[in-house]
Design a binder for this molecule. Sequence first.
Ligand code: SF4
Length: 315
Amino acid sequence: MVFLDKVDIERRLKLLRQEISERPINEELRGWNYDKPPIQPLFNSIKFGVSELAGRYCETLRDIYLKRVLNMKFPPNLKVVKGVALHKIIKETIYEAKKFIYDNSRATGIKLINFLSKRSLEAAQDAVTDAEFMLAGNLQKNEKDLLIEECVNTRSFLLTQTAAKLDYALSKYPHADSDSIVSIAIPPVAERKVDGSLVGLSSELSVDIYTPYNAVIDVKTGDVRSFHPLTAAGYALALESEENIPVDFGFILYLRFERKEIPSFKAKHFIIGDELRREFIEIRDEAFEIVDSGRDPGMPNKCPDFCPYYSICQK
Ligand code: SF4
């Protein structure tokens, strides 16, 4: 896999499989039980995004009230623009690498790097400009330059990783065709679309990376937050409802720039178990109630200053 070492991911999954065999997931909490409580949504007319429910900055869910009832958007900030731009560069680089291999039967690692790195700066500038446009926010020049540099570095990292995996696959399977080589060298599907409407979620969710290991990978570009695993629970329920296959494992990949030129990916792995599923469903149901009733749930005792709505609620 491009982001994680295959041996490392398999070692982690082995431990998780052992754990899940001792504490299997309760069947009633699987997404395919979307027609029965507690998975069955309270309303069919309201659909939530996964990050909208899982991004639990606000304990009382006042963010849901502000967004859904009062129609207020939070002001864009550097962290949000950064997240969108980095996700975009990851998705596009993976797509372009696959396309290059399909289009070039004689593709090799070095050819892939030479060809795709020519437009790295342009791809990075586009990713940042698109993120600014999407969020209707403009970065300061120095912030923008730094973010473009981080996007270029992320792309270079992905290209070199992919090139190495490509050469390895070509060397091991000299008679394989492009389709096989792509699936060996770059297995994950980036930004896999999922219809979560049966479980009360949006009909066009995007899972960051969907792997052949019954696992979803969510890429985070900001600080570590305790609520991040909830995102994997939301995607697992949606995938289970659509595909009828169990999604048991979650990975959160934290993308950081500790060494500036080379991004580092730190992974947190976990079982998408009963507790996490129940917590996600409870949040969904509470959000349904707030939107349906139009009730302001009030503010928690303490608002974290990293909450995107902080400047609005603290006026
Ligand atoms: S600022 Fe406070 S009340 Fe407003 S959404 Fe954030 S945590 Fe909730």
